[in-house]
Write a protein of this length. Structure first.
Length: 495
């Protein structure tokens, strides 16, 4: 017998984007260069090899600076959301979304990061953007830093390794928060704050060849500490000045299973999951977990901190836990003879029970329910799924249609597990946002042909195309889901 899922009228159904992947206009209206402007699509490298795709050194950065031709650097043109945002928001509003997660480009507000004065045109752009969202009754969910810090802070301050950058970030965030205070309730200081471990350049602007005389792991963890301090300052500022604001921690939530019941593999998976949760633990509990302190001791990692840091972290914990979920992996102590995955850049062993995408990400809908249960039990705070989606090669037909049944299948199975978890597991969930809205440049591979959106954008991997938008079949599917409102029939997910 089919049932109906009961969904609160306050539940936020939405979509998610980031400035560096959609905006474009990389050198317009006073914007400075960001680290994302230095990342290019490399077709000569296997798309599954994320680390090589995003390898970068000082020489590559200088090459990017000296080449003003934006087509060589995919994230410079994005999908031109900067000029199309009204059209895109209108189409998303017609789909029925109630939340739109986006990020603020730091160098659009402070072009060099260390500027004394703001770039007013940048502030006005984001004010107009949130006003447009509110016009359609859409709740803005704002990420303050999403893989695009000002390039100047990399070249002249060694990025997040330098404590001074915390102050520059504080100036940036307080400026934005004050300017958008009447329109934005939900803030996320850093996208996937844990990702600094996996891709230190995209997350924190760290370039290995600039630290040749230092322990690079220590550089990463020191930078991580500075980001935690910066995030706590956002919480402190919002709580002190705006009682209606809510600030979240955000992590990359990969579910890690033991490859089999061998206790060594169970232990391995447990250790990996501790690494996953360490970052939210620090932001939600307000202190470093003991195992991480032991790791620092064993690896001779000495973090420099100021005397007020401990109290700042403890007194300014996150209000909710936001997370991205795409995939899961398995852990094995001995990987000889096993296929190794890089699912969402988290290394692991392939699960024989799960299918995988062209990019090697395994599709695991039940994993999102497991994630919800684990996070709810661990923190007893509201959760927010702010990214979930499928990257795939979509084809635009002669009739200007995109029949992405595979994306519908992916979303249907994941959303079914989300609704089931809310109903059966008692999970307190603020909302669910797909990744993404329109198509966008892939964060991991810097290519356009790995598409995520409900709306197809006519653009290829090398920046060629009309930028015209076309609704996919998944657009209409999500619209039909949202039209049910607070009562969604179970049979919808089996159709």
């Amino acid at each position: 017998m089919s049932r109906d899922f009961q969904v609160s009228t306050n539940f936020l159904w939405g979509v998610a984007t980031s400035a560096s992947q959609v905006e474009g206009a990389w050198n317009e209206d006073g914007k400075g260069m960001s680290i994302a402007d230095c990342l290019r699509y490399r077709p000569e490298i296997d798309v599954k090899n994320y680390k090589k795709v995003n390898d970068i050194d000082t020489q590559e950065i200088q090459k990017a600076i000296q080449d003003p031709e934006s087509k060589n650097w995919a994230k410079r043109h994005g999908v031109d959301f900067y000029h199309h945002y009204k059209e895109d928001i209108e189409q998303l509003a017609e789909m029925g979304i109630s939340a739109f997660r986006f990020s603020i480009s730091w160098p659009r507000i402070f072009p060099n990061g260390d500027d004394e004065k703001t770039n007013q045109k940048g502030l006005e752009y984001y004010l107009n953007l949130v006003k447009e969202l509110k016009k359609f009754g859409i709740e803005p969910v704002v990420t303050l830093s999403h893989y695009d810090m000002p390039l100047n802070l990399v070249l002249n301050y060694n990025a997040w390794y330098d404590r001074e950058v915390v102050g520059f970030y504080e100036r940036f965030t307080t400026t934005v928060i004050d300017y958008l205070k009447d329109y934005v309730k939900y803030w996320i200081p850093f996208n996937e704050i844990d990702s600094i471990i996996r891709h230190p350049f995209a997350s924190a602007g760290l370039v290995r060849d600039r630290f040749v005389n230092k322990n690079f792991n220590e550089v990463i963890y020191q930078s991580m500490h500075h980001q935690f301090i910066a995030a706590a300052k956002v919480v402190e500022y919002c709580h002190h000045n705006y009682e209606n604001m809510s600030v979240g921690s955000m992590i990359t939530k990969t579910t890690v299973y033991p490859y089999n019941s061998d206790p060594r593999n169970v232990l391995k998976s447990l250790k990996q999951m501790r690494e996953v949760y360490a970052f939210s633990d620090i932001q939600v509990r307000g202190f470093y977990p003991e195992f991480l302190l032991k790791k620092f001791e064993d690896e001779n990692i000495a973090l420099k901190s100021q005397k007020e840091d401990k109290k700042l972290l403890l007194d300014n914990t996150a209000d909710f836990i936001a997370f991205s979920y795409y995939s899961s992996v398995c852990a094995a102590e001995d990987t000889e003879g096993l296929s190794v995955s890089l699912a969402n850049t988290t290394s692991g062993v392939y699960n024989k029970f799960l299918p995988q995408t062209k990019w090697g990400w395994q599709v695991d809908p039940i994993g999102i329910r497991i994630s919800l249960i684990e996070l709810a039990d661990r923190y007893n705070k509201p959760l927010f799924i702010v990214e979930n989606g499928l990257g795939a090669e979509d084809k635009l037909t002669e009739n200007q249609e995109v029949h992405d049944t595979y994306r519908i299948d992916y979303l249907a199975k994941h959303i079914y597990q989300v609704l089931t978890s809310m109903e059966e597991d008692g999970v307190q969930l603020l909302g669910y946002c797909t990744w993404g809205a329109t198509d966008m440049i892939s964060a991991s591979t810097n290519q356009m042909s790995k598409r995520y959106g409900f709306i197809y954008v006519d653009l290829d991997d090398f920046g060629n195309g009309t930028y015209k938008r076309f609704k996919k079949d998944s657009y209409y599917w999500y619209r039909d889901l949202l039209n049910y409102g607070k009562q969604i029939p179970e049979k919808f997910f089996a159709e």
